[in-house]
Ligand binder design. Structure first.
Ligand SMILES: [Zn+2]
Length: 181
């Protein structure tokens, strides 16, 4: 039996939670007092955060706006985040600490020569001209030095066909062009 310091009732030991920091290994208030206390505490916390959020709403809005702006100006931030996600999902090696570990964003796609344009916001999915991260050696993960920034179009072409297929396509199309002339 133990007396609860809060309600001061003497209760059986199974009315107390274990607490290893206490001498007798039990909390000094009974389960029902603890339950009331926790409930009250979480209500207070909720109230506090609601109030805090209301008073600082503009700061939150500003913060999100700044964050979006930063991502728009520096698309490598989003690229790094995406790389991390894909590395985890595919179980690939990953050692990027900052977006600065990615190569500088080129103005033109090094493969197709089209301008790279990062579109506003991440929801609209981008376009052929969106910059995208490509692993130079496909057997290696997202590792510094194994990454290049190319257009999404080029990236899709690279992943759709292997080297031999693209060569065949190229030769075939070239033949047809010659015939047409
Ligand atoms: Zn009690």
């Amino acid at each position: 039996m133990k007396k609860c310091y809060k309600c001061e009732e003497v209760k059986d030991l199974n009315h107390y939670y274990t607490d290893r920091t206490r001498k007798d290994g039990l909390t000094n208030q009974c389960k029902s007092c603890k339950y009331k206390y926790d409930k009250e505490y979480s209500k207070k916390r909720r109230k506090y955060f609601d109030k805090y959020y209301k008073e600082n709403k503009q700061a939150y809005v500003d913060y999100n706006e700044r964050r979006r702006e930063r991502h728009r100006v520096e698309p490598r931030i989003r690229m790094k985040e995406g790389a991390k996600r894909r590395a985890l999902k595919k179980g690939l090696e990953y050692n990027l600490e900052s977006y600065k570990d990615l190569p500088k964003m080129p103005v033109f796609c090094p493969i197709l020569g089209i301008p790279l344009v990062s579109s506003r916001g991440s929801k609209n999915g981008g376009s052929d001209n969106s910059p995208s991260l490509d692993r130079i050696n496909n057997d290696v993960g997202y590792i510094k030095g194994n990454l290049q920034i190319i257009s999404r179009k080029a990236n899709q072409m690279k992943s759709n066909g292997n080297f031999r297929d693209i060569e065949k396509l190229y030769l075939f199309m070239k033949q047809q062009q010659i015939k047409q002339k």
